[in-house]
Design a binder for this molecule. Sequence first.
Ligand SMILES: Nc1ncnc2c1ncn2[C@@H]1O[C@H](COP(=O)(O)OP(=O)(O)OP(=O)(O)O)[C@@H](O)[C@H]1O
Length: 246
Amino acid sequence: MEVIRLDKVSLWRRTQEEFSYDLKKTLLSVLEGKYRKPAKKLVLDGIDLVVEKGEKIGIIGANGSGKSTLLKVISGILQPTSGIARVRGQVAPLIELGAGFDVEISVMDNILLYGVLLGFSRAEMKKRANSILEFAELQDYALVPVKGLSSGMIARLGFSIATDVQPDILILDEVLSVGDEKFKNKCEQRIEKFWDDNVTILVVSHDLKFIKNFCHKSIWLDQSKIKVSGETHDVVAKYLNSINNK
Ligand SMILES: Nc1ncnc2c1ncn2[C@@H]1O[C@H](COP(=O)(O)OP(=O)(O)OP(=O)(O)O)[C@@H](O)[C@H]1O
């Protein structure tokens, strides 16, 4: 059964200039006749993709090629500028772990809030809170504001919430590179369990060994486009070949 379908998905994003957007400067530049519209960049270019239920797909490619952006479109965090993205089932996006937390409120309140963002009711999240705190090893921090946690602890909390239930589609963006060794092993075990079950998984990683071990199929993104897709060993070999020949 098809769970993800992207048809000619393209996405334009504003470049860094927008981040330094300053109203006064903009007005002055308009008055002086020097105003330029912020530049935009095509970060996904005509992506076609079909993923069947239970498939494990690796996404590889150079820095800035569009891998995280692609995952964000599939997760519904970003909307394509053109084309269609259809996703069936509950998605657990493990991208920028903890980016959605409100640092001023407690760990417990964030669990409730984050859960609601992932589509659960408050009542259900209250039931799950203990197992989430336990897995994250943060039982003693339930009432502490998130700003009092280290970045590794915040990542643990994000991972623990997002994987507490078995999602239909799990989206992993280099998540295994956060946390200490002990927690990393725990995460890997939890992810491995999903791997065995019928969960559809998309994983972005620069760890090609990991991709070769776990993903049947892969996509190589190059400058916002799919360069090659298919059997992982073939895609990885072509990718490595291109790097070695540069
Ligand atoms: N918030 C943003 N606003 C505008 N442009 C962005 C934003 N985030 C990323 N980009 C741009 O989109 C392009 C693709 O970025 P993306 O993060 O998807 O690449 P990536 O392949 O995941 O890279 P990496 O391997 O370094 O994580 C880059 O040119 C980047 O500068």
